[in-house]
Write a protein of this length. Structure first.
Length: 485
């Protein structure tokens, strides 16, 4: 790519995984005129915000790393959250991008005026840029259910992503609401510390077993000495995850059946008490909801101080949670592992595109973007991990890297000075969306469960084709799908 000297100015919103990636890649391309806006005081995004006990990533660490920053130092196959946070901090530091980050300042509005984006932050700071990259993440606005009586609770209560580390857990009576990946990781970590642990399950989950061995010093030394071995490990993991990624978009595939079998076996072989086993048995197909991966959840929930509570929650009271069967579950600590508002993306920021159209208008029905990246009417505004993109149990880092490469190609005419604006056309988005909505019919996400993947119509807000198809689409934008001015 050549830069004829027309310097483009960029705003990157968010210094999480995708924002760090964008800054590094822009810098590598010689596009050094950028500011990363970060509302918090550190990089890391979801890994900064989530600090709950047991936090780890259920994508193997050697896959959940940037392709350009492999490390031989991961301690485990699935390393813990603080290690992942340290990785992002180190990569940001080593690539010397932290100087370009404006910490503690949240972007509140972006307005497209006379061919440029006018940015305003919560502190009143203003900026004018040619290109905005919204790297604001997907799961960061906590979903807090409106339980009756919540204000009466006299113990400590917080959402899983807002952990209060001052609260004493050892010996405490801990309640966890939810059975998603977060609650499951937390249950395993807390059961040996809590005096009593009550897990409030509304919907049972299939659990995929997965060992989590540490890497020995010898193995790490071997990776250091032979980078090609590290690369080979990553390739093998990618191939393994591709099997999963392809299985979930074809509910009847043999691979999907194999995954279901592994989950069923895990339940049958590892839960001894038949009553508990039935209470833990989902009534829908494995991977319909995001598949939970855990080496030890069934062990944890069978500990003598743990209880799986399946009665629906009636209300929260001063001393605990009352279920509809009339039982009061007395608690000192109540953790809401109740997930996130998944359709917020960069909102509540206001975004006003060409011709005064607002994001609220463009997304009045629901969030959408062509290829998850470009919103018609919002030129030079790009999203990483935007709406309807690939989700599942695989690395969103690879997704963001591929998307960033695609955006850089879209920007070539702007860099050469041939154009000033680029955006997906409305027709391209309409066609893409029609094909997407048709393709989701084959996926496992529509086989009869409720999950955060489903939009308000019950249609999965996801990429419904193979991961290879995503890789191939990201190789080069379809020229006809974009309008340049
Ligand atoms: P989640 O998967 O959305 O789970 C939320 C849980 O809260 C569900 O069990 C839900 O029950 C329950 N819940 C919500 N409202 C409730 C209510 N009013 N009453 C009772 N129960 C209620 O959230 P999450 O566990 O935080 O995970 C969200 C996503 O974050 C994951 O799917 C994954 O993409 C990501 N994550 C990844 C990792 C990783 O290791 N890579 C770890 C943690 C999270 P229902 O099932 O009945 O709705």
């Amino acid at each position: 790519m050549v830069d004829d000297g027309r310097g483009l100015r960029f705003a990157i919103i968010g210094a999480g995984m995708a924002g760090i990636l964008s800054a590094i890649k822009l810098q590598e391309a010689g596009l050094t005129d950028f500011t990363v806006y970060e509302k918090a005081d550190r990089v890391g995004g979801t890994w900064r915000e989530n600090t709950y006990p047991g936090l780890s990533c259920d994508v193997p660490s050697h896959l959940y790393s940037y392709s350009f920053a492999p490390t031989s130092d991961w301690s485990h196959r699935y390393s813990a959250g603080d290690e992942i946070q340290a990785y992002f901090e180190r990569v940001a530091h080593e690539h010397d991008i932290t100087g370009g980050i404006r910490f503690g300042d949240e972007v509140i509005s972006c307005r497209f005026v006379d061919g440029r984006w006018s940015i305003e932050t919560a502190s009143g700071h203003r900026d004018e840029v040619d290109v905005v990259i919204a790297a604001t993440g997907v799961l960061h606005h906590p979903h807090i259910p409106d339980f009756d009586g919540v204000e009466d609770f006299e113990g400590s209560m917080f959402h899983s992503s807002r952990w209060d580390h001052d609260v004493k857990l050892d010996g405490a009576r801990v309640g966890i609401i939810g059975t998603g990946s977060t609650a499951v990781q937390m249950t395993s970590a807390l059961v040996n510390r809590a005096g009593r642990l009550s897990l409030f399950q509304r919907t049972a989950q299939w659990i995929m077993p997965a060992e989590n061995p540490p890497y020995s010093d010898d193995e790490k030394a071997e990776f250091r000495a032979n980078p090609e071995q590290l690369a080979e490990l990553r390739t093998n993991l990618t191939q393994m995850f591709d099997i999963f990624a392809n299985a979930i978009v074809d509910a009847d595939s043999p691979e999907m059946k194999m995954i279901a079998e592994m989950c069923r076996d895990n339940l049958e072989s590892n839960v001894r008490d038949p009553e508990l086993r039935e209470a833990l048995r989902p009534d829908y197909q494995a991977a319909c909801k995001r598949l939970i991966v855990s080496p030890d959840f069934y062990d944890a929930i069978q500990q003598s101080n743990a209880e799986l509570v399946t009665g629906a929650i009636d209300r929260v009271e001063a001393t605990g949670v009352r279920t509809r069967d009339g039982r009061l579950h007395e608690l000192d600590v109540l953790v809401l592992a109740t997930g996130f508002k998944t359709d917020a993306f960069m909102r509540p920021m206001t975004v006003t595109g060409r011709d005064g159209e607002t994001l609220a208008q463009a997304w009045a029905a629901r969030p959408n973007a062509y290829m998850s990246i470009s919103i018609p009417g919002f030129p030079n505004f790009f999203m990483l991990n935007g709406p309807n993109g690939p989700v599942g149990n695989f690395s969103l880092i690879e997704v963001a890297e591929l998307q960033f490469g695609y955006i850089m190609q879209l920007l070539e005419p702007l860099r050469s000075g041939a154009s000033r604006e680029v955006t997906a056309t409305r027709d391209a988005m309409k066609e893409h969306e029609a094909a997407r909505v048709q393709a989701v019919e084959k996926t496992v996400w529509v086989t009869g469960c409720h999950s955060w993947y489903l939009d308000d119509r019950g249609i999965p807000a996801t990429w419904p084709w193979s991961f290879d198809r995503f890789r191939s689409e990201m190789q080069a934008p379809h020229a006809a799908a974009f309008e340049y001015r």
